[in-house]
Design a protein around this ligand. Sequence first.
Ligand SMILES: Cc1cc2nc3c(=O)[nH]c(=O)nc-3n(C[C@H](O)[C@H](O)[C@H](O)COP(=O)(O)O)c2cc1C
Length: 352
Amino acid sequence: MSTTLLSALHLRLPIVQGPMAGADTPALAAAVSAAGALGMLACGMRSPEAMAEAVAEVRHRTGRPFGLNLFVQDTPTPDPAAVSAALERLAPLYRRFGLEPGVPARWCEDFGAQFEALLALRPAVASFTFGILDAAAVERLHAAGCYVIGTATTVAEALAWEAVGADALCASGAEAGGHRGTFLGDFASSMVSTLALVPACVDALRIPVIAAGALMDGRGIAAAQALGAQAVQMGTAFLACDESGIGAAYRQALHTATGTDTRTTRVFSGRPARGIVNAMMEQLAAAEDAVPDYPVQNALTGALRRAAAAAGDADYLSLWAGQGVGRARPMAAAALVELLEDEWRAARARLC
Ligand SMILES: Cc1cc2nc3c(=O)[nH]c(=O)nc-3n(C[C@H](O)[C@H](O)[C@H](O)COP(=O)(O)O)c2cc1C
């Protein structure tokens, strides 16, 4: 490894704001990047047009580098019987909001079109989760000037990303908020903690490792560096920032949750994801193994979750958050980055 992640990206601080589909905003990404860390925009659920719009807004707000993130996924062709069964299961929940569930216009955005849009937008960083690219796709990103980050939940996935030419690897521990990025092997055995996964990836790889999962303050950044990570990716910590896109009900749930209030579930989306336990998670728990795989269940619950958000009802939202949620601190993103820097320097000084 000839250059470090920080020098390659001209970053002052070893902090990446985790991309957060449905929760990050151009204002958040721009504020983080302007403060010397790396702002990210999750584009997994953005259309190519929405991606271009969001990127234009970030660029209008800051000239600093930032990144885009995509879900590597295929548009599914689900079994109609499985879709009917899933809709039937969801009907009582929809009726709470005066709605009937239906089949959505599309299961997910078209990954191919999103990938082409990303190439045309030429962000400094392109990061990916839920799957892996081939070497030719990584080469195209390099030709467009992008620094490529893959997400892994096991050492095998990390090695696969290195083999296709990724520039860095985000090692996502089981504590992390949001969806598991697992794409090889089964989800249960890929629930490896940050403390176990990060040094194992550092030892196995030649490319830089970014640590993710329950890192909430400057002590966490110093700890991740002690494990060999070159940077951290923080999601839940930035979710509580003023600039994040979440509504008041989600914000309140973040404010009151503790470290024992999160669980990993596939009932909202069909892919295991960590969030704050609520009524919807409990009511569908018996169907944990029966709900259709991502993105089908995600699309089938979308209108319900949007209705709950509009009604300010946190019981029927997906409240993605990591195990560090009890230490989330609401404030402006620039203030959080400054605080993280102070805490990180103090933690390093204590260790020395
Ligand atoms: C609300 C939410 C949405 C997320 N969406 C994405 C996403 O779209 N793409 C992605 O790669 N990671 C996503 N993540 C994971 C974060 O980028 C980050 O890796 C993770 O939050 C780190 O763990 P922490 O929450 O404990 O800090 C999401 C996390 C949260 C909390």
